[in-house]
Design a protein around this ligand. Structure first.
Ligand SMILES: [Mg+2]
Length: 308
């Protein structure tokens, strides 16, 4: 199971001991951490204190059958995103249809080939992982979308407070973006966004967080980096973006940026973002195409405060 990024865990719910052990054996053999329960009630008890990635569940069981377990899982927020496969001897089309109406990932009929079952489990998990990843990305630039980026940055800020450290947040906005769209059309505007996203991606480390925050706005977070080290990085991004946009779009496009350092300039996302935005706006006021570190005396001339 070398192609798995991490060890997945599965819960096998089955009253027939032989089948249960067979499935557990094959899952463990494939690298999964496998747990077992003999019926729905036992499974629910186990799920009270253990999170699993996927549940493989028989339908006909004493005490609590598979349908009832499925409903119980669906009704609990912390379990709702768990993968779910029905494994049943009920193999009539109406049985399968009924099972699938419970919104499960797969309905597998007995008898089954254990290796095929493991392959199906794997397919379900990789499909779910791909969907979860896609839900975090902005479709155009493939950067974090606002919601996911904000969540990641908040997580970093919490870490900075727990293990005292520093980080830099950058608010970045493409200059004259409306003019780019008006002059060259919206497709060119989109290409400029994609180009900038590429520049940001290739100029950052894997630990940095790069987010398309909205329209032509981007928010970046550099962990373990102070303002003095962040500013030259952003200036390099600026030169690269201007060079590439001129080369590809025959139009030199720039951005304005504002920088704050945490915890020096704040330790809450909203405060840092607002201050970086103020500094960015100061860059705009002073001729654009520049990077401005936030200072307590920065005054923004009439720019309405954002409510992120
Ligand atoms: Mg059974």
């Amino acid at each position: 199971m070398s192609h798995m990024e991490r060890q997945y865990s599965a819960l096998v719910v089955e009253d027939d001991a032989h089948t249960r052990e067979l499935v557990v054996f094959n899952l463990e053999d494939a690298g999964y951490r496998a747990h077992a329960a003999a019926n729905g009630a036992e499974a629910l008890k186990l799920l009270e204190h253990r999170v699993v990635d996927i549940i493989i569940c028989d339908i006909m069981m004493p005490e609590m059958n598979g349908f009832a377990l499925r409903e119980a899982v669906q009704s609990q927020a912390k379990l709702r995103d768990t993968g779910f496969i029905f494994l049943s001897a009920k193999s009539l089309p109406e049985d399968e249809i009924r099972g699938l109406r419970y919104g499960v990932d797969e309905y597998i009929t007995k008898p089954f080939n254990p290796e095929v079952l493991v392959a199906r489990v794997e397919a379900v998990l990789s499909r779910r992982a791909a969907l979860a990843k896609a839900a975090q990305l902005d479709p155009l630039t493939q950067l974090f979308n606002r919601q996911a980026g904000e969540r990641e940055i908040r997580r970093e800020l919490e870490r900075i407070q727990r293990y005292p450290s520093i980080g830099t947040l950058v608010f970045l906005d493409i200059d004259e973006f409306k003019a780019v769209n008006d002059t060259l059309g919206h497709a060119a505007g989109d290409r400029a966004l994609v180009l900038l996203a590429e520049v940001l991606r290739e100029s950052t480390r894997s630990v940095d967080i790069v987010t398309r925050y909205g329209g032509e706005e981007f928010v970046l977070f550099f962990p373990q980096t102070d303002e003095a080290n962040a500013v030259p990085v952003i200036e390099r991004m600026q030169r690269r973006f201007q060079y590439l946009s001129e080369k590809h779009a025959q139009l030199r496009i720039s951005f304005s940026a504002g920088v704050v350092e945490a915890p020096r300039d704040g330790n809450q996302f909203d405060v840092l973002c607002r201050r970086a935005d103020e500094a960015m706006y100061s860059s705009k006021e002073h001729g654009k195409a520049r990077v401005t570190p936030w200072r307590p005396n920065i005054r923004h001339a009439g720019r309405p405060l954002r409510t992120p």
